[in-house]
Design a protein around this ligand. Structure first.
Ligand SMILES: [Zn+2]
Length: 320
C-alpha cells in the first residue's frame, strides 16, 4: 500500500497522536523497559511520554534506543519526512525534504540518514534461484588505458566490468521474484563472497546463478551454481543475471538522479535505503507503520550511524 503523504500529515498532526502510534507499534499494550526488559513501569506525569522503570529505576521514553533518540524536532515533521522518503521510489535529496517539510538542510540531512538506519531490515534467508553479482560505486575509476598499460595481466574485459578499478565494490544477491541483499566488500575474495552467501542463502533447494568471474566458481563447494558466459550470451533459459543487473541499474540511476555522488563512508546507508525500497516494491501492507515498527527496533545500529564505517551498522544488525 502506497504511503499517502496527505493522509499521514492529516492523521498525525499533533505530537500526542504521533507518540501514541510509536508507543503502540513499539510495545503494544505493555510498555517494556529498554534497559532491563521488565514490564513494571510507571509513567512520569509531568513529562509526556516518559517512564520510570520500577525494577532498575532507569528513565526512558519510546525514543530511547531508536532513530528518534535525542530528537527535538516535532514528530509530525518526522512523520512527514518519513512519508516523503518512503514515497520517493528511487531516492530523495535532503534538499527536497528541506523544502517540503520546511526544515534546515542540516536537519533534513540528519533525518534522512536516521530514516535510512530505520530501513535496515532483519535477516531473511533466500532460496530458490538466487543471482549474485557485483557492481562498483563512487570514487573515480582509473582511466582504463592507464590501468591497462600498467597492469597488462588484467584483461580489458575485466577492467570494463570495473574489476581492478579503485571504486568501492558492492555485491548483491537477489532471489528471483524475491528480496535483495547487498554488501560492501573490500575485496571480492572467495572468503568474503562465501561468508555473504552463507549468511543470506539457504543451501538446500537453492541454485546460485552468476557470471564467470573466478571467485564465484569457488562457491560451488557450498551451493549448486549455474554460470552465464557473458562473452557468448546474456541469458540461456533460467541461466542469467538479469534480475540483479536490473537492480544495479535501478540503484545507479536513482543515485545519479537524487544524490549525484555518495561518499564511500555513507554508501552503505544509501544501499540500505535501496534494499528497503526494492524489497517493498509490491508490499501490500501499511508500509508507513511497517517502517516505524522496524525503525523502533534497531537500538545498536543507531550508535554507528555516524561512525566512520557505516558497514558496521549492517554488521551489528547481522550479529557479526
Ligand atoms: Zn528497567
Amino acid at each position: 500500500m502506497a504511503t499517502n503523504i496527505l493522509n499521514i500529515t492529516k492523521e498525525y498532526n499533533t505530537q500526542a497522536k504521533c507518540l501514541s502510534l510509536l508507543i503502540k507499534l513499539r510495545w503494544g499494550k505493555s510498555v517494556k523497559c529498554p534497559f532491563c526488559e521488565k514490564n513494571k513501569v510507571r509513567t512520569i506525569k509531568t513529562q509526556r511520554g516518559r517512564y520510570i522503570c520500577k525494577s532498575c529505576k532507569e528513565q526512558f521514553s519510546v525514543f530511547t534506543d531508536t532513530i528518534f533518540e535525542g530528537t527535538r524536532l516535532p514528530l509530525p515533521e518526522w512523520f512527514a519526512a518519513i512519508a516523503l522518503v518512503l514515497n520517493a521510489k528511487s531516492g530523495i535529496a535532503a534538499k527536497e525534504i528541506q523544502r517540503n517539510v520546511g526544515l534546515t538542510y542540516k536537519t533534513a540531512y540528519y533525518l534522512a540518514m536516521r530514516i535510512r538506519v530505520g530501513m535496515l531490515m532483519k535477516d531473511t534467508k533466500m532460496n530458490g534461484i538466487i543471482e549474485m553479482d557485483e557492481s562498483y560505486f563512487g570514487g573515480r575509476a582509473r582511466q582504463l588505458k592507464k590501468v591497462a598499460d600498467n597492469y597488462p595481466s588484467i584483461s580489458t574485459n575485466t577492467l570494463k566490468r570495473g574489476r581492478g578499478t579503485n571504486k568501492v565494490s558492492v555485491t548483491a544477491m537477489v532471489q528471483r521474484k524475491g528480496i535483495v541483499h547487498t554488501q560492501v566488500m573490500e575485496k571480492l575474495s572467495k572468503r568474503n563472497l562465501l561468508a555473504m552467501l552463507k549468511h543470506y542463502a539457504k543451501k538446500d533447494n537453492s541454485i546460485l546463478v552468476t557470471d564467470g568471474f573466478k571467485s564465484y566458481k569457488e562457491l560451488e563447494t557450498y551451493i549448486d551454481r549455474l554460470e552465464i558466459n557473458h562473452s557468448k550470451e546474456y541469458s540461456k533459459g533460467i541461466v542469467h543475471v538479469n534480475t540483479v543487473e536490473g537492480f544495479w541499474s535501478w540503484v545507479k540511476n536513482g543515485i545519479k538522479g537524487s544524490y549525484k555522488a555518495i561518499s564511500k563512508k555513507y554508501l552503505p546507508f544509501y544501499l540500505v535505503e535501496y534494499e528497503w525500497k526494492y524489497n517493498h516494491k509490491t508490499y501490500r501492507g501499511n508500509e508507513f507503520e511497517t517502517f516505524l515498527k522496524n525503525a523502533l527496533t534497531h537500538p545498536k545500529e543507531l550508535a554507528y550511524w555516524k561512525s566512520a564505517s557505516a558497514q558496521k551498522v549492517k554488521e551489528v544488525a547481522y550479529g557479526k
